[in-house]
Design a protein around this ligand. Structure first.
Ligand SMILES: [Zn+2]
Length: 288
């Protein structure tokens, strides 16, 4: 350490970000909820209040993501909430500016993305989806709640129908989806701490591609760029990025987050903290 010329200059955070991406041989990007929030896709505040006033009145929730993990008393209510959530955070989610700017900055070099988000942001911003691993599932997909087989299902029309035809926070019972193999109720294909998730063939192929990329780029100036990743599930992005950085003396761990987290001593000299506003930093870097 260290071969990164950008770090010898005194640039702004957006200059540093742009310089490091340009200088890197390969970029591995880890995306968490903070990146979607930077583009306005937040789970709190008006976006939640305007779309779920009835649920908020009933349960006093403050956070839509937390609410989505609630053990709903009935399947009618579960799908009333989830279908509205899925229309908002997936089917009708528009393209985000920061997502587009990031794509344009990395797309001309070897890169791969892993995300713990399950929203539609990468599709909406027109990423090459062969290079994106959705580690925690995608909101729009369904799985058997008994995990009886390894397939996931997508039915946009049903989601829209459940969102539109609900009344008093309940969907009509006849719309409830059931597993085509065992008859158990279906649920959202989203990894949870207790159950994990159904990992279908597409997921396994995406994970293999991601791991192959990491292996292929285990030497040289590899930039592990973590954006808006908190500490709720560090085992998916943060800890693997630390390990990979530690195994390659020319690698750099770059973390964009307004909160700073403790970094292991062993990679401190290979770590760059970018603590300014994520959206502004990316958009300004993109202009340079
Ligand atoms: Zn089943």
């Amino acid at each position: 350490m260290n071969a990164w010329k950008t770090l010898e200059q005194n640039g702004t955070e957006s200059e540093i970000l742009k310089g490091l991406i340009d200088e890197a041989d390969a970029v591995v990007v880890g995306i968490g909820a903070g990146m979607s929030a930077a583009d306005g896709f937040t789970y709190i505040g008006d976006r939640f209040k305007n779309n779920f006033p009835d649920f908020i009145e009933k349960y006093n929730w403050l956070d839509m993501l937390q609410a989505s993990l609630f053990k709903f008393p009935t399947l009618e209510e579960y799908w009333a909430f989830q279908s509205r959530f899925i229309v908002l955070n997936y089917l009708e989610q528009p393209a985000g500016e920061a997502y587009i700017a990031l794509k344009e900055m990395i797309e001309n070099k070897p890169y791969h993305v892993i995300t713990t988000n399950a929203d539609n942001a990468f599709y909406a911003a027109d990423y090459n989806m062969d290079k994106v691993l959705y580690y925690q599932g995608e909101y729009v997909r369904m799985q058997c709640s008994d995990f009886c087989h390894d397939e996931t299902y997508r039915d946009d029309e049903l989601m829209r129908k459940m969102a539109a035809e609900q009344d008093g926070m309940e969907i009509p019972s006849e719309l409830i989806p059931y597993c085509p193999k065992c008859g158990a109720p279906m649920e959202k294909n989203k990894r949870t701490a207790e159950k994990g998730m159904v990992e279908d063939a597409k997921f396994n192929a995406q994970r293999d591609d991601y791991n192959a990329f990491l292996k292929e780029h285990s030497k040289g100036k590899v930039m592990y760029l973590e954006i808006g990743v908190g500490h709720t599930t560090p085992q998916f992005i943060k800890h693997p990025f630390w390990r990979q950085t530690r195994q390659n003396e020319n690698a750099l761990f770059v973390t964009m987050n307004q909160k700073t987290y403790r970094i292991p001593e062993a990679i401190k000299s290979q770590t760059v903290f970018l603590t300014e506003d994520i959206g502004e930093t990316i958009l300004n870097a993109h202009k340079k």
